[in-house]
Design a protein around this ligand. Structure first.
Ligand code: HAM
Length: 420
């Protein structure tokens, strides 16, 4: 056994550096909007996902890492985090006072999916969920945060694909009209769609089969069947998005792969990703808190695929900057003791420095430093010890100079402040 599990990979080097940059921006931007972080367990009881994501969804049917634990309870490695966050809201009774509650999360999710570019079995999501507010204004606020965040990372070619999938009350009328439409051209639809017409007709709109997509030409849309309140909600959201300069395209075939959505549903595509890959998706899910045992609470949120976001940023900006700290290389035992004490003083001052502890020859230490991408070597030999100084070698240029030990913190700080 020498490879990782299919669809699961190690994160390190440049990819991890992009992850870290994105994660830092998440804490900063989402925190500034009043969102608080939440971390829920990776394992939940299987029921949590079956009841929320939906029995007829691909995620629940085909993609869950679901197993019995040693106590014979069915548990599942979370395929998404909205259900877990809602379960936590209910467990901690955070929704009983009807106050707005804003939370964000980051972490790994697990779906047993067919392998494709940018699609993994362990992947990461960044998500934001807001509870307790039913207004289109709360959706506009959340989407403004999302766009500010993505644009702040340098993403420009983003398109918001928007739909309203109605409510459980408005859906039967749509389903009936859609059934008539389907029956009139049933031969043109695939076997999966024939199953979907019985279990969840609106999923047909999302079928990847090109023949089905052609047969859908002129289909009844969910927006046509909205009740008055949902229609007004949809119009107001579009008005707010326009006022906020958030460009969107209405997409009557957008249904999303999870069953909990009501009214607003959306995805954001980046032209830097493959044709069918959404960078993120989300929407309103006003019924879910109640389904999981909490009070009737409106909710709205979305989740970004962090793997995909990191991929786009790398395509746009290249490698994430990598600056390993200077390497302090002591030569001999006396210098080693001194170097340990010095490095500790510098670390205590908040400086970054890496210590060569192999007691090896200078040539070997410099060879490793070059391979690690270190730019500055601080060399402490007997001569330097006597002078209370370090020899400083700039590895990119080969230039060498000497710094008094007491000046090192200042000099290192100056170098840092010159970095972009
Ligand atoms: P989702 O559309 O299933 O929504 O996933 C959101 C994003 O996660 C996708 O747009 C994609 O970028 C990423 N993603 C999904 N599966 C994979 C995979 N196998 N490999 C890489 N990336 C993937 C949700 O999960 C909802 N919980 C979003 C939400 C939050 N709705 C309301 N609140």
């Amino acid at each position: 056994m020498s490879s990782s599990v299919k669809g699961m990979r190690d994160l390190w080097g440049d990819e991890l550096r992009w992850f870290r940059r994105i994660e830092e921006a998440v804490h900063r931007v989402f925190g500034a909007h009043g969102y608080r972080e939440i971390r829920t367990p990776i394992l939940e009881y299987t029921e949590v996902f079956k009841r929320s994501v939906g029995d007829s969804s691909d995620i629940v049917n085909k993609e869950m890492y679901e197993f019995l634990d040693k106590g014979n309870r069915s548990v599942t490695m979370r395929p998404e985090n909205t259900a877990g966050v809602v379960r936590a809201m209910v467990d901690h009774k955070l929704l009983v006072n009807n106050d707005p509650q804003l939370f964000y999360y980051m972490g790994p999710m697990f779906r047993y999916e067919r392998m494709q570019a940018g699609r993994y079995r362990q992947f990461w999501q960044i998500g934001a969920e807001s509870f307790g507010v039913a207004s289109p204004e709360s959706e506009a606020e959340s989407l403004a945060m999302l766009f500010d965040f993505l644009q702040g990372l340098g993403l420009k070619s983003l398109s918001l694909s928007l739909n309203s999938v109605g409510t459980p009350e408005s859906r039967p009328a749509f389903n009936a009209a859609f059934r008539n439409f389907f029956d009139a051209r049933a031969d043109s639809f695939c076997g999966d769609c024939h199953r979907r017409i019985e279990t969840n007709p609106m999923r047909i709109l999302d079928c990847k089969n090109t023949r089905c997509q052609e047969a859908l030409e002129g289909h009844p849309t969910m927006v046509e069947f909205l009740d008055d309140a949902s229609r007004a909600h949809h119009s107001r959201l579009k008005e707010l998005l326009t006022a906020l300069d958030i460009p969107f395209v209405e997409n009557p075939r957008l249904v999303r792969g999870l069953d909990y959505y009501t009214r607003t549903a959306f995805e954001v595509l980046s032209s830097d990703l493959g044709a069918q890959s959404a960078l993120l998706g989300g929407g309103r899910y006003d019924g879910l808190v109640k389904v999981l045992g909490g009070p009737d609470t409106p909710a709205f949120g979305w989740a970004i695929g962090l793997d995909r976001l990191a991929m786009v940023l790398k395509q746009l900006h290249g490698e994430a900057p990598f600056n390993p700290p200077p390497l302090l290389i002591p030569l001999g035992e006396a210098a080693s003791s001194k170097a340990l004490r010095l490095a500790r003083q510098w670390w205590a001052l908040g400086l970054s420095v890496q210590l060569e502890t192999r007691g090896c020859a200078l040539k070997k230490a410099l060879g490793s430093a070059n391979r690690m991408g270190v730019k500055l070597a601080l060399i402490l030999g007997d001569g330097e010890l006597e002078k209370n100084a370090v020899a400083v070698k700039h590895l990119e240029t080969g230039q060498q100079e000497e710094w008094a030990l007491e000046d090192v913190p200042l000099k290192l700080r100056e170098r840092l402040s010159q970095k972009p």
